[in-house]
Design a protein around this ligand. Structure first.
Ligand code: GLC
Ligand code: MG
Length: 549
């Protein structure tokens, strides 16, 4: 058995910290690393194994840190490298792993390389680090028809010239040219910088997008067939070489570092290709996050994920939320979605808007947590989901900051609503987020109902459910290790999904009717809603175990 077979990340629960919105120590309204360090008690009490920090490098903040100006430093707003080292030491002292977020597809227009590229001539080595091309129509039109994920063209013209540069996202985020070996060498240095400093792994931003088709051909939209929208801008065969190189680099440290890819590709087979034994240890399984609230759909998605990813020897990395999608409570509570509005197919599903039944969404999100945490593999939670926070759908327009909002000309609201700073207390100017008068995004009055302090004190709160589920998962770890999942028959109730691992049974009731589990399933260890006389509530989930075991 290699160390990798038992690596910590194979079944770890990692908590995603959107640093700007977690806790503010200095009162400037922006979360920071000292704020996070002060609040680590919350996370140890919650019972997670590690943290993934969203990017906190120096950045002008056009995409809140996903536009990196310097990959080997920490932004002064977050406390600089000293605050980072202090956080890392304190997290490690508590046994928490720390993952950085690396953004290798693009940097910021303020990165020294891009500044130099703009000053240099077409065809120069400085420009070769990015993707510059001559525009069509004598330079007046973009070099091809690619669209930015955030809306609008994927090219911006260098003022007063016939040259354009490619940006898959915002114009402030120029794409690197990964066909240039200098880029790969630079990122080796970046990885070593953070691994040498002691991080336990990295999350790789849009890992599937690094390499583009060498000819940058137009996307075709055949009237009667599948369009190859994005097919040339992502998932190119050469991208796998990058990750083989990174895996070798990481493994050489001999301490089970992880690399977890953010990979949006059309099929799970495509995803599994990134998880081959010499490539990425982990990649998010987003399929479940896009799944409607339906027993059959969940069963199919879970089965598909396990079957495809098992072929690689990796485990599935489950998740139901992150900083790019609407919160699960809101997605599960949506009564009817408004018509599609996004340039990004993911946006149309995972950020659908409309009228929301929050109470129902919360019941379902609590159930989904138990379904998720008993599955084999690792799980990533997004800050605030442990508080049962719904999406803030009604931020005032003038408060919105997501580049998606601006690039879409205000037709797509974007991702600010899941990034509103956390409520720690029911009162105070920013609900305990920080000592300042306000937070960088306004918090709605109803945030008071979700405050951390109150939820720790309240039995059956969503926070207590999360902590109980994580504690039970830990207690069951030895029983569950290496146990495959087996679906159980539930005659006459197609809305009830049950599976068994070892002796543990996890049952989820998708419909509204209560459900009486057969006595052979044993006693209820944990339920997302209080059971009545042995009956589980509709839209709830439970873990059961035979008596005496
Ligand atoms: C990823 C990030 C997202 C960011 C984008 C561009 O999808 O998760 O937040 O805007 O990449 O870096
Ligand atoms: Mg601050």
């Amino acid at each position: 058995m290699t160390t990798t077979d038992r690596a910590w990340w194979r079944d770890a629960v990692v908590y995603q910290v959107y640093v700007r919105s977690f806790a503010d120590s200095d009162g400037d309204g922006i979360g920071d690393l000292a704020g996070l360090s002060e609040r680590l008690d919350h996370l140890t009490r919650l019972g997670v194994d590690g943290l993934w920090l969203n990017p906190c490098y120096p950045s002008p903040g056009a995409d809140h840190g996903y536009d990196v100006a310097d990959y080997m430093d920490i932004d002064a707003r977050y406390g600089g490298l000293p605050a980072y080292d202090a956080l890392l030491a304190e997290a490690h002292r508590r046994g928490l792993r720390v993952l950085m977020d690396l953004v290798p597809n693009h940097c910021s227009v303020e990165h020294a390389w891009f500044v130099a590229a703009l000053e240099a001539q077409p065809g120069s080595p400085e420009r070769e680090r990015f993707i510059f091309r001559t525009g069509r129509e004598d330079g007046a039109a973009p070099p091809n028809n690619w669209r930015s994920v955030f809306g609008g063209p994927a090219w911006t013209r260098v003022e007063g010239t016939d040259q354009w540069y490619l940006h898959s996202f915002d114009p402030c985020q120029p794409d690197f040219n990964w066909r240039n070996p200098e880029v790969a060498e630079y990122f080796d240095k970046v990885l070593r910088f953070w691994f040498d400093r002691g991080v336990d792994g990295i999350r790789i931003d849009v890992a599937h997008m690094l390499v583009k088709h060498a000819d940058l051909p137009d996307w075709m939209f055949p009237p009667d067939g599948e369009s190859d929208y994005n097919g040339h801008a992502q998932n190119q065969p050469e991208v796998h070489e990058v990750f083989r190189r990174w895996r070798a680099l990481a493994d050489a440290y001999g301490r089970d570092l992880t690399l977890v890819g953010e990979i949006w590709v059309p099929t799970v087979t495509d995803l599994a290709a990134y998880l081959r034994p010499d490539e990425l240890p982990q990649a998010f399984y987003f399929d479940l996050l896009m799944c409607p609230w339906d027993a059959g759909a969940f069963q199919a998605s879970v089965s598909r994920g396990i079957a495809e990813i098992a072929t690689t020897g990796a485990t599935v990395t489950w998740t139901l939320a992150n900083h790019d999608v609407h919160r699960a409570v809101t997605r599960f509570g949506l009564r009817a979605a408004e018509p599609p509005h996004s340039a990004d197919p993911v946006g149309n599903i995972a950020r659908a808007r409309g009228d929301v039944d929050v109470a129902r969404g919360l019941r379902r999100a609590r159930a989904a947590l138990l379904l998720l945490l008993a599955l084999p593999g690792s799980a990533y939670l997004y800050q605030g989901e442990e508080l049962g926070l719904p999406e803030v759908l009604d931020l005032p327009d003038d408060a919105r900051q997501d580049p998606i909002w601006f690039r879409s000309g205000g037709t797509e609201h974007g991702r600010d609503g899941c990034r509103v700073p956390l409520p720690w207390r029911a009162g105070g100017p920013s609900f305990g987020f920080g000592p300042g008068p306000r937070s960088w995004l306004p918090q709605p009055a109803w945030y008071a109902e979700h405050a951390v302090e109150d939820q720790w004190r309240t039995e059956h709160s969503t926070l207590r459910l999360y902590a109980d589920a994580l504690a039970s998962r830990k207690a069951l770890a030895d029983d569950l290790a290496d146990r495959d999942l087996r679906w159980l028959d539930v005659p006459g109730r197609p809305d009830v999904l049950a599976y068994q691992r070892g002796e543990l049974i996890c049952v989820t009731i998708f419909g509204e009717q209560p459900f009486s589990p057969p006595t052979t399933w044993g006693r209820i260890l944990l339920a997302s809603a209080p059971p009545h006389a042995g009956q589980l509530a509709g839209e709830s989930a439970a873990w059961l175990k035979p008596a005496g075991s």
